[in-house]
Design a binder for this molecule. Structure first.
Ligand SMILES: Cc1ncc(COP(=O)(O)O)c(C=O)c1O
Length: 402
């Protein structure tokens, strides 16, 4: 059977992941130091506690959790998550999902028709762009600066879409420890963004896998919290929180919070796509929270990562030539580099691989046709201190030679 002739038009238009291809292209280079991936450090996975909890949950709650569960998610987990979040949300304002990517898909399914516009930040997380693309949304990117998404550019972009008769359905943003941009949206910008979304009746999809990975500085309230606290009655923000970088991405655990009416439609899509999230893992996370493991665990994760970030920032300072700039995040897992305008990170990628160091060229984090080339992303959570030292030195030497 030749399936190729039967693939849907959307399937036919899908490319393979450029990032996966780039990472694969350097896989067999011996001694390569890679800052390319976005993997959390295995040392941060609470393996022993989870092993105990999985056993306990199946032994004690097996007849319940091995059965089909509710599409909205486990009620016990929701109750624990609501306590963890620390402000009153009803279970109907929350949906448990199979990772953030799945929540982003369900949200997009609930809101998008082909041709609708999604405003995304430039740069942004490629994994979400491909989700929006799979529903045939039009992607319009708006630059970010040190304070987060530029409201001035956002206003202009929305205006242009309206004039062209297009419907802007939502703004996709990563306010805390941006992937790949490394920046955190300021408090003033959070307020401005929400006020803008309310004025224009546009939703905000807040993607939050990293806010709890804060190693220094004061945490800021999420957009969802600011929306509830300061703009009560205008429910524009839907926040997606992932446990991928907290407990381990293999668990595929996350949750979304938003307006009841929208959460209900996302649940309806969940019924069709997943039936239910994994009931065993949901109860394990519920127990992890109920037994009080989360606080100490997050402290351990952040204490583990902080010196890796410090090493990367110190080594950048020590080795990089003048003209190269980088973000100085207080958490998350990425640092974003800006090279002089005439240098393309795509062009230097193969040379860097020859010199046994790799990264993701920044151009891969923009919608097609809206790329910037003089940027690159570095991950600091998957290399040793020694590798960070050697890898940054190799990269700096290459840039100096240019
Ligand atoms: C901004 C952002 N959103 C979503 C995801 C995917 O999260 P999940 O593993 O929960 O699907 C990632 C993972 O790297 C990410 O960086």
């Amino acid at each position: 059977m030749n399936y190729a002739k039967d693939f849907s038009r959307v399937t036919q238009s899908m490319g393979s992941s450029m990032i996966r291809e780039l990472v694969a292209s350097t896989k067999n280079i011996e001694g390569l130091i890679s800052f390319a991936g976005g993997f959390p450090a295995p040392a941060t996975f609470p393996k022993d506690t989870l092993a105990e909890l999985y056993k306990k949950v199946v032994q004690e709650d097996g007849y319940d959790v091995l059965q089909y569960g509710a599409s909205e998610g486990d009620r016990q987990l929701k109750a624990e998550l609501i306590k963890w979040e620390g402000y009153p949300i009803t279970p109907e304002e929350m949906l448990i999902t199979v990772g953030a990517t799945n929540a982003i898909y369900l949200y997009s399914r609930a809101l998008l028709d082909p041709g609708d516009v999604v405003i995304c930040e430039a740069p942004t997380f490629l994994g979400s762009l491909v989700v929006f693309d799979s529903i045939q949304a039009e992607l319009v990117s708006v630059p970010i600066n040190d304070d987060g998404i530029s409201i001035q550019h956002l206003e202009a972009a929305v205006q242009r879409c309206k004039q062209a008769g297009k419907r802007v359905k939502f703004i996709y943003t990563i306010p805390d420890f941006h992937n790949p941009g490394g920046v955190t949206m300021s408090m003033a910008r959070r307020r401005e963004l929400i006020a803008f979304a309310i004025r224009n009746e546009i939703g905000i999809l807040e993607d939050n896998p990293y806010s709890r990975l804060r190693f220094s500085g004061e945490p800021l309230p999420t957009l969802y919290q600011v929306n509830r606290d300061e703009f009560a009655g205008f429910e524009v923000v839907t926040e997606v929180v992932s446990f991928s970088k907290i407990l381990g991405p293999g668990m595929r655990m996350s949750f979304a919070k938003g307006a009841k009416s929208l959460i209900a439609k996302m649940e309806s899509w969940q019924q069709k796509v997943n039936v239910t999230p994994d009931c065993v893992s949901q109860r394990v996370v519920a127990r992890f929270l109920a037994d009080g493991h989360m606080e100490g665990h997050l402290k351990m994760v952040n204490e583990h990562y902080a010196p890796y970030l410090k090493t990367m920032l110190d080594k950048l300072e020590e080795y990089m030539p003048e003209g190269v700039k980088w973000t100085k995040p207080q958490g998350g897992i990425f640092v974003w580099l800006e090279l002089p305008k005439h240098i393309s990170a795509d062009d230097i990628f193969p040379k860097a691989a020859e010199n046994k160091v790799s990264f993701i060229p920044g151009s891969k984090f923009y919608p097609v046709g809206q790329e910037e080339f003089n940027t690159l992303r570095l991950n600091f959570t998957f290399s040793s201190f020694e590798q960070i030292d050697t890898g940054i030195r190799r990269l700096a030497e290459l840039l100096k030679a240019l």
